[in-house]
Design a protein around this ligand. Structure first.
Ligand SMILES: Cc1cc2nc3c(=O)[nH]c(=O)nc-3n(C[C@H](O)[C@H](O)[C@H](O)COP(=O)(O)OP(=O)(O)OC[C@H]3O[C@@H](n4cnc5c(N)ncnc54)[C@H](O)[C@@H]3O)c2cc1C
Ligand code: FES
Length: 286
């Protein structure tokens, strides 16, 4: 499975490189986006990533966490990360402001096999902040629109207030051959989309199962149900991909923290084919 575009390679697996916050956006009460720039101008100019890859962000004196890269892989202005503040490191990252420094290693892992998806309908199914690693796929496809079939973006959130990037969803929904379907388990006043489970949207999705490829990111339970439903709609197992999350330390397959059966999520993932991981997913502890 290919992971990197030509020229893409991790900066290295050694110490983090200094980076500066160039912009910060508060997306929701707990979610924020940091646009980063490597302080070394040559490293920034040479930085390339593939949709689905992640960086290790190091908050000095606190710790390091894996975060997906959500920016446009063809744009060079900054390296974008959308983060939910859940614990020690991510809460500390939330306090950073433009001009503040942090460390960055990456990009790491295998992204979505987009180079093998030419001519196919692309179906993205994301739950919660799973939309972060999917956004770079949307940018990638929109820049190469003629190479792909339909683009179907299906996003689920727990509560209507959790939906970030509303304007982007509205904008994408107006594009030709692009369908955007959003669901919230719990709606709110003036919520224009579906109220219910994200999987209830599949009957509305317009794609050809024989030539579609589906990419899923979000909670594992949601991805399992999504896979079952897409397989029932005759999408072959080989056309189903998911992005996995595990605790990480080294990010280069050396420490074993992210072991998942015979694979390391940092090195062999985070994107896997459904067939390669489906047997382990239902077991707690893997
Ligand atoms: C490949 C990969 C890509 C990722 N991409 C992103 C991303 O784009 N954006 C993002 O926000 N996160 C992302 N994560 C998850 C992120 O790495 C973790 O949220 C982070 O490591 C938490 O570190 P912490 O020190 O802030 O929390 P900790 O102090 O380690 O945890 C504090 C508490 O939060 C809980 N917790 C930890 N992680 C999560 C989580 N993901 N969701 C809910 N509760 C959690 C823990 O169980 C614990 O109770 C990604 C993870 C992986 C493996
Ligand atoms: S994080 Fe060390 S092996 Fe994956």
């Amino acid at each position: 499975m290919p992971s990197c575009p030509p020229g893409c390679k991790p900066i290295d697996a050694g110490p983090p490189h200094a980076a500066t916050v160039v912009a910060r956006t508060q997306e929701s009460p707990t979610i924020f986006t940091l646009q980063l720039r490597l302080d070394d101008a040559a490293a920034q100019a040479g930085y390339r990533f593939a949709p689905g890859q992640f960086n290790m962000l190091y908050l000095f004196g606190v710790g390091e966490v894996p975060i997906s890269i959500m920016s446009d892989p063809d744009a060079r202005e900054g390296i974008g990360h959308t983060i939910r503040a859940v614990g020690r490191v991510t809460r500390g990252l939330a306090a950073l402001q433009p001009g503040d420094k942090l460390g960055l290693r990456g990009p790491f892992g295998r992204g979505w096999p987009l180079q093998e998806m030419g001519g196919r309908d692309v179906v993205l199914v994301t739950g919660g902040l799973g939309c972060a690693p999917a956004v770079s796929v949307i940018h990638y496809v929109l820049r190469r629109r003629e190479r792909f079939g339909k683009l179907v973006v299906i996003q689920g959130v727990k509560h209507a207030d959790d939906l970030i990037w509303r304007e982007q969803y509205d904008r994408w929904a107006k594009l030709p051959d692009t369908q955007v379907l959003v669901a919230a388990d719990e709606g709110a006043a003036l919520w224009p989309w579906h109220v219910g489970r994200v999987t209830e949207l599949f009957d509305l999705a317009q794609f050809n199962p024989a030539r579609a490829v589906a990419m899923m990111c979000g909670p594992e339970g949601m991805m399992r149900v999504t896979a079952e439903q897409l397989l029932a709609r005759r999408l072959p197992e080989s056309s189903l991909y998911l992005s996995m999350e595990r605790n990480m330390q080294c990010a280069v397959g050396r420490c074993g923290h992210c072991q998942f059966g015979g694979a390391f999520v940092c090195r062999d993932g985070p994107v896997f084919n459904w067939g390669d991981v489906k047997a382990l997913l239902p077991h707690r502890g893997f």
